[in-house]
Design a protein around this ligand. Structure first.
Ligand code: C2E
Ligand code: MG
Ligand code: MG
Length: 514
């Protein structure tokens, strides 16, 4: 707006000056004519001569003033336009390039990538939502600005763009290799993991970074973006907080998913899956016979694949139901060897949405003669609370049969306090993100104490997840948690089996009428 106003006011000034100059020129011509016709030496000749001279000097002054005025206006205009361009091209909060100009610049760089390779890093902040929810949006803004400062410090020559929300991108021109690009991304991640002072709180930022190199991983904007995004997706699926370089095998998202699904189906048949058990100890650290069952997949040539990675893929098909049945059957058979009082099994919301879920579940327990009292079902996501919802009917049926229900990852964003009022839970499991920083995060500590109070009021167990240090353990005791789960008291381990495990019947639900 500033520029338009400047142009209009300058234009008015020039018009006025032109008017004055026009009058001056007419007056000068008039004076010259009078001077020519007046007899030489007469008073009229002398006056008109003086007037002519004055008018000429005045006109010269007007021309000079107009020139300098015009030049300074032009300069001012260029400056405002540049500022305006910068505003349009820059993200005001972080100072990173805005999405559209960044992608334009990237497109141009990729077009030249046959001459020199171009690296692209797609960055997704893992914990912005947690920071926003726990410490407010101002703290979230500081975290975002810090993120860009870190990227700039590690790669001063690179172009840094904000693609939106908590997603950033780095364009590294002229980089040798994918290894060099991933090493740069690792440096960024390491620096981001350093605690940072945000409004007096020392918070640790976390991010997942997907890397791709043009032209080998994509020789046009769309392909390079899609492939880096796929690498990012894989990183997020396998536990977040890591750097993942695009690998041709990931290729298109769809075919990668199909690949995992095919391999998982094979793993089920070829017995490549296992269940490991992690103890949930009491608040004094004593083993009380509670365990959580965690699915394990050791791929013959890809090695260990995390359930955090393959469960979301299995959830997109009926594979999740087969995996769920398989885990439950294995748990039923392991209960005696574990000498467990109860074992928690994770159940996905997708499973809960199948109308026949509770019947299948109870049928498996019946098939192995397992008491419902020894099984706890862990649900993570918000179940629709209306009584006619399928999820609710399934949970009601399980509870009516004597199975206890725990809320998993409480506080990770999906669950709400309202949840606790409506359903009779057996335990609340507080998400690891609250526990990791508990020593340095008074708000987290207060929240854990508040949840423990609620647990006490409702007479339910409060389990702290992911406890790794003595210091965290002591603070959780002080906060009033009733149980602890974490590497400090035991990592998930296989059970020593006294007898061969049996294969699950094809259709368990058909065997038992409920
Ligand atoms: P979850 O149910 O919250 O399980 C706890 C996760 O935290 C496990 O990861 C466990 O190994 C990890 N953990 C426990 N203590 C610590 C600790 O002290 N430090 C750290 N860093 N991690 C700790 P895991 O086994 O990778 O499982 C990830 C998620 O995958 C589980 O989170 C659960 O949501 C899902 N999952 C695992 N098994 C199954 C399953 O049989 N069915 C379904 N539907 N989901 C499963
Ligand atoms: Mg769990
Ligand atoms: Mg959990």
């Amino acid at each position: 707006m500033l520029a338009e106003r400047d142009i209009t006011s300058s234009f008015l000034h020039y018009r006025r000056l032109l008017g004055v100059a026009g009058i001056g020129v007419v007056a000068a011509i008039g004076s010259a004519l009078v001077r020519d016709h007046a007899p030489a030496g007469s008073a009229l000749h002398a006056i008109s001569g003086g007037l002519l001279l004055t008018l000429l000097i005045g006109l010269l002054a007007i021309v000079g003033a107009t020139y300098f005025w015009f030049r300074s206006s032009l300069r001012h205009l260029t400056k405002t336009q540049q500022e305006r361009m910068r505003e349009v091209h820059t993200d005001a909060l972080t100072g990173a390039m805005a999405r559209a100009p960044f992608l334009n610049r990237m497109k141009m760089a990729i077009a030249e990538s046959s001459k020199c390779a171009v690296g692209y890093i797609h960055i997704d902040m893992d914990n912005l939502k947690v920071i926003n929810d726990n410490y407010g949006h101002k703290a979230g803004d500081v975290a975002l600005a810090h993120m860009v400062r870190v990227l700039r410090a590690i790669a001063p020559e690179a172009l840094i763009g904000r693609l939106g929300g908590d997603e950033f991108a780095v364009l590294v021109l002229d980089i040798d290799s994918k290894e060099a690009l991933e090493a740069l991304a690792q440096k960024m991640l390491a620096q981001l993991n350093e605690p940072v002072d945000i409004h007096g709180l020392y918070l640790q930022l976390s991010a997942t970074l997907g890397c791709a190199l043009a032209p080998i991983d994509g020789d046009c904007l769309e392909n390079l973006l899609a492939n880096a995004d796929l690498a990012l997706y894989v990183g997020k699926g396998s536990g977040r907080g890591k750097v993942v370089g695009f690998d041709k095998e990931m290729s298109a998202d769809e075919s990668y998913r199909r690949f995992i699904q095919r391999e998982l189906r094979g793993a089920l048949i070829l017995n490549q899956l296992d269940v490991h058990y992690q103890p949930i100890v009491d608040i004094h650290g004593r083993d009380v016979g509670y365990y959580e069952a965690l699915l394990r997949w050791q791929h013959p040539y890809r090695g260990f694949i995390s359930p955090a990675h393959f469960i979301p893929i299995a959830e997109r098909s009926t594979l999740i139901d087969s995996l769920g049945d398989w885990v439950l059957a294995r748990v039923c058979q392991d209960l005696a060897d574990l000498k467990a009082k109860s074992v928690s099994v994770n159940v996905s919301l997708v499973q809960l949405r199948r109308p026949e879920f509770s019947a299948r579940f109870l049928a498996i327990l019946a098939q192995f003669g397992t008491s419902t009292a020894s099984i706890v079902v862990e649900v993570t996501e918000t179940v629709r609370m209306t009584s006619d919802a399928v999820e609710m009917r399934n949970l009601d049926a399980l509870m009516a049969a004597g199975i206890r229900i725990s809320i998993d990852d409480f506080g990770s964003g999906a669950t709400s306090l309202d949840y606790l009022r409506r359903l009779r839970f057996d335990a609340i499991k507080i998400d690891r993100s609250y526990i990791t920083n508990i020593a340095r995060d008074p708000v987290g500590m207060a929240l854990v104490a508040a949840i423990s109070n609620i647990g006490r009021a409702l007479d339910i167990r409060v389990v702290a997840e992911g406890v790794e240090t003595e210091e965290q353990f002591r603070l959780l005791q002080a906060a009033g948690c009733t149980h602890i789960q974490g590497y400090l008291f035991g990592k998930p381990c296989p059970v020593v089996r006294s007898s061969k495990v049996h294969v699950l019947d094809e259709e368990p639900a058909l065997k038992v009428a409920i």
